[in-house]
Design a protein around this ligand. Sequence first.
Ligand SMILES: Nc1ncnc2c1ncn2[C@@H]1O[C@H](COP(=O)(O)OP(=O)(O)OP(=O)(O)O)[C@@H](O)[C@H]1O
Ligand SMILES: [Mg+2]
Length: 273
Amino acid sequence: MNECKVIAILNRKGGVCKTTTTHNLGVALAQRGYRVLLVDCDTQRNLSISLGIDHPDEEQYALCELLQPLVDVDADDVDIHTCIHHLENGVDFIPNKQALSTLEKQISTLDFRRECVLFDALEDARPDYDYILLDCMASLGMLAVNVMMACDAVLLVSTPEEDSIEGVSLASDFIKEASRALKKRIHVCGLLICRVDMRYRKSRTGVLKIKKLFGPECPVYPEMVPDRVCVADARNRQVSVIEDAPESEPAQAYQAVCDLFLREVESYGSRSA
Ligand SMILES: Nc1ncnc2c1ncn2[C@@H]1O[C@H](COP(=O)(O)OP(=O)(O)OP(=O)(O)O)[C@@H](O)[C@H]1O
Ligand SMILES: [Mg+2]
């Protein structure tokens, strides 16, 4: 039996398909029989909403409640299993609330183990899953430091846009810095380019630039996700495009990406701290 691998989906810029990729990769992994837990680590709660929670802030148990006892000694312990939702498609997830931004500030003030809060919180779920995917915020604050401590590898996601490419650079530097400071190896298990439309020069130039800049350092997946309205349509219906339009190009692309991802991640051991 494989050990659980925790993967962070990262880019320093917003709106570059992190959440869409987390959702679709999660479903693709579940379809292949892997036990998958998705964790919404973004205060925008987009992943929670995409997974069918209309009002995440009204949830009794979400990521905040799980982390709170690790920050506040007076708070009662919360079993991670009470925070986990189970979907019929086999995907499990932990929703998030806006209150996480307040909690992030509290985490920053801890005297000890402030970077280990998320790592410690996820510990009891590790034996139950093959993959835990962390849908990250665009900012690289204390929560992102916690994500670096909790993860074994990072999947970088980018669109071919200039600001997204810059976001990948910033995220790569952050990973290197985190690796050094936290004294652990953080693999980059791939760079996925999304919202590609090769009819446009801007897209073609962006793709080339990404391959040239990052290709030498990390596997830039040859499979890219095309820009199609069916992805946003599926999101509005709170399902993955893989389920909503399985024959569509983006769905097929995400399936192929899942195979590339698995090949990459399974080529190295899980705990490399
Ligand atoms: N392949 C695609 N084709 C068309 N639209 C897409 C595609 N992938 C994602 N989108 C749309 O792009 C927008 C941004 O995607 P997403 O929310 O996944 O980005 P994000 O990086 O998680 O953003 P944020 O940083 O705000 O959390 C969404 O409206 C989503 O529906
Ligand atoms: Mg997002």
